[in-house]
Design a protein around this ligand. Sequence first.
Ligand SMILES: Nc1nc2c(ncn2[C@@H]2O[C@H](COP(=O)(O)OP(=O)(O)O)[C@@H](O)[C@H]2O)c(=O)[nH]1
Ligand SMILES: Nc1nc2c(ncn2[C@@H]2O[C@H](COP(=O)(O)OP(=O)(O)O)[C@@H](O)[C@H]2O)c(=O)[nH]1
Lengths: 272, 272
Amino acid sequence: FQFTIMVVGESGLGKSTLINTLFNTTLYAPKEVLAPSAERPKTVAIQSISADIEENGVRLRLTVVDTPGFGDFVNNHESWKPILDNIESRFDSYLEQENRVNRQKIVDNRVHACLYFIQPTGHSLKPIDVEFMRQLHTKVNLIPVIAKADTLTDEEILKFKQRILSDIAHHQIHIFQAPIYDNDDEETIAENEEIASKIPFAVVGSDREVRTADGRSVRGRSYPWGVIEVDNEEHCDFVKLRQMLIRTNMEELREHTNDVLYENWRSEKLIN
Amino acid sequence: FQFTIMVVGESGLGKSTLINTLFNTTLYAPKEVLAPSAERPKTVAIQSISADIEENGVRLRLTVVDTPGFGDFVNNHESWKPILDNIESRFDSYLEQENRVNRQKIVDNRVHACLYFIQPTGHSLKPIDVEFMRQLHTKVNLIPVIAKADTLTDEEILKFKQRILSDIAHHQIHIFQAPIYDNDDEETIAENEEIASKIPFAVVGSDREVRTADGRSVRGRSYPWGVIEVDNEEHCDFVKLRQMLIRTNMEELREHTNDVLYENWRSEKLIN
Ligand SMILES: Nc1nc2c(ncn2[C@@H]2O[C@H](COP(=O)(O)OP(=O)(O)O)[C@@H](O)[C@H]2O)c(=O)[nH]1
Ligand SMILES: Nc1nc2c(ncn2[C@@H]2O[C@H](COP(=O)(O)OP(=O)(O)O)[C@@H](O)[C@H]2O)c(=O)[nH]1
C-alpha cells in the first residue's frame, strides 16, 4: 500500500538524514549544497521521492515529499502556501478519482503525515513554526519533532518540550495524537502511553555507523566527548518516533487523513 | 578603558551564554522567555548592558550591545537596519565630541567588535547572514562564529568552516583579520597564526560547572553520552576566541575601529 510523508523545516535541521535513518535506506544522497555563486531559488519547492520498501514484512510504496526553501529566505512570508496548495491538490486528485465510474484502482497520494522540524533553540516555538502549524493542522496530520536533539541536555529537552506543548495549546494547534484504545491489551496500552508521553519527539538522525568507547558499532554521531547512539532511548526519542510512525500508527495516520481531514476538506469544498 | 562588543544572531544560538562564558560573569541572567500569550516585539531592538570588569590586570568598562529580534521574524526584511543605525549613531556621537572645544573627556562608545552568530546547519551561510555582513562589514569589525558548535562533528566543522570562508570570499565580505606583525617574537607569531587558522571560531558556551567522567569540575555541557568542556581546545575554539578578543587583539579592534572604520565613515559623511 501507499504511505506519503511530508517533511518540513528550514535547511540544515537534519531532515534528509532523519528520513534515511527512519527507513534505513539512503533515500536522500548526501546533499549537494549550492555553490557560493549559484542562483538560489526564490520560492519554496515541492519535491517527491518514492521507494518500495518493506516494513514488518509489509511491502509499501513510501513517498517522501520534501519542501526545500521553507524558512530559508530573509522573508518567509506565506512560505506555507505552496505546501498547503500541494496538500490540497492531492485531495483534489483523490476526489477526482473517487468521482469516476471505475473506482477500482484509486491511487492514494494524499499526505498521511507531516513531520515538522523544530530548531533546537531551547526557548520556544518561533513565529514561523506557529504560522505553519496553524495553516496546516486541519489538512494534514502534524507530527512536530525537535531536530538535532543532541544539541540539548536532558534537562533542556524537558523544559523545551513543555514549552512547545504549551505554545501549541495556546495557539489551538492540533497535532496528531496516537489513539489509545481501551480494548487493547495492557502491554500495548502502556507502550502507546509511553510513546505519547514523549511528544514532541527529540530526534537525532545518522546514516552512518560509528564505534562506541566499548567497541560496539552503532548508528550515531561521534564527537570528541562521546558517541550519541540514535537507537539508544537514553540518548533520544528516535526509536519512539519510528515506533509511532511505522509500527503502531501508520494505519491510524492513513485513516485519520481519509476519514477526518479529507472528509472535512471535501464537505467544505462541496458546500462552497 | 572602554570596550564595546555587539552580539548579533537569531534567538537561541547561545549568545547570552557565550557572553557570560567569555567574561566569566553572569552579565545576562538566564533568559525569561516570553509567555505563549505575550505580545512579541515586531522590530529588532537594541539593548546595552555594561559592567566594570578586570582582564589581565587591566580594568575595563565592558559594554555588550544585544540585538534581540534579529532573524527571528517570519519576515526579516532589513533587520540589519536598526543595527547599522545604532553603529552610525555612535559614530555621530563620537564626531560630535571630537568637534567640541574641550576634548579631554571623550567617551568612546563606538562598537569595537561585532560577534556574528552563524547557525550550525552544516551547509553554508544563509541569505540573512550574507545580507547582514555585507551591510555592516565597512562599519564594524565583524567576527563570525559558528554557534553551538557541539552540534557538529570535527569533520563537519572543517567542511563548514571552509564553506563559510568561501561564501565570505565570494560575497567580498571583510571580516576582522587578526594582524600578524613580522617584528613580533616567533612564539607570538605562531600563536597568532594558530588563532587565525581557526576562523570562523566554532564556539560552545556554558555558564555552569559540570563533572567529567574522570571527576574534574569544568565549564561545560553534560550529555548522557559525554561532557563537552568549553575550555578544552580539542572540543571547541572557545579558548581561541577568548584569546583573540581579550588577550591579543582588543587594542587592534579599537584601533581599527578608530583609524579605519570611523575615519572612512567620517570622510564620507563630510564629503556629502
Ligand atoms: N547534531 C546533529 N547533526 C545532524 C543530525 N542529523 C543530521 N545532522 C547533520 O546536519 C547537517 C545537515 O543535515 P541534513 O540531513 O542535510 O539536513 P537538511 O538540510 O534538513 O536535510 C549534516 O552535517 C548532518 O550530518 C542530528 O540529529 N544531530
Ligand atoms: N548545544 C549548545 N547549547 C547551548 C550553548 N550555549 C547555550 N546553549 C543553550 O542554548 C539555549 C539558548 O541559549 P541562550 O544563551 O539563551 O541563547 P540566545 O537566545 O542566543 O541568547 C539554552 O538552553 C542554553 O543552555 C552551546 O554552546 N551549545
